[in-house]
Design a protein around this ligand. Sequence first.
Ligand code: FAD
Ligand code: FES
Length: 263
Amino acid sequence: MTHVSSVSLHRFEVVSNEEVADGVFRLVLSSPDLARALRPGQFMNFEVPGDASHILRIPLSFASADAEKGTVEVLYATVGEGTRRLSLMRPHDASTVVGPCGNGWSVDGGGRALLVAGGIGAPPVVAAARALVGAGRTVDVVLGSRSASTLWGREAALEAGADEVLVTTDDGSAGIHGLVTVAVDELMGRHDYDLVCTCGPNVMMAAVARVCEDAGIACQASLERMMTCGFGACNTCNVQMRAGGYKACCTDGPVFDAREVLW
Ligand SMILES: Cc1cc2nc3c(=O)[nH]c(=O)nc-3n(C[C@H](O)[C@H](O)[C@H](O)COP(=O)(O)OP(=O)(O)OC[C@H]3O[C@@H](n4cnc5c(N)ncnc54)[C@H](O)[C@@H]3O)c2cc1C
Ligand code: FES
């Protein structure tokens, strides 16, 4: 995977912060140096103001970064105290992020790529779509969601230049009724892929990794772990490797070669 620029502290100001799906917020922040430095697949570690007792930062990926405007687009689900406080930030409110953290997606190669996202795994997948299309690849995207009301990413994936975008929902309220693997099988039946990139729940990525291994297709997976520092100093984000031992999700990842991970 791609290893890039050094991590530092950046001040940011909120441009907008609005709910775009059930419990899913779209934050646009202004931080020109950060917007120039971020590479698709990397993440930032957010300080969320409002509770001095909450000292841990929140790791979040991004969907797009505009180097000219100096803005970064982040999509996040409100799952706990920190993300709920983040959802209360208003335009012109300011805070800091540590970043860019981690490696990024590797976009080398020239064939057709399939990108598979589950839930709030969609933002880094949209960023990957834009990068892969920019590198001259044709890209298809599968977006899995619990239901239509929690779905984000369809328009963003098309805007990023994806060729086909298939949606699956657990309750059948949008797209194909079923798991992402149903759509993955369908697309793999119609197209030849030389790369799959995936981000979402661990169990979903494990299933996608298995399909790719059986089909002999390279697979990159962006993993989520509980994180404390975000830059390799605390050992809280271990990923168990198939060859034995552990790697740090925050510095060796979050993007890993799926074949190397012990799922
Ligand atoms: C590299 C990376 C990128 C991420 N990108 C995004 C993103 O783009 N959008 C998004 O919505 N979320 C993303 N996450 C998950 C996000 O960091 C957590 O949802 C967030 O930290 C929860 O904080 P909280 O204070 O609201 O919840 P807490 O009160 O801390 O926890 C609420 C629930 O979320 C779980 N949780 C907490 N931290 C994490 C974590 N780091 N990974 C997985 N589950 C966690 C807890 O186990 C608990 O079940 C990412 C995580 C990582 C590691
Ligand atoms: S979060 Fe501290 S080592 Fe990864």
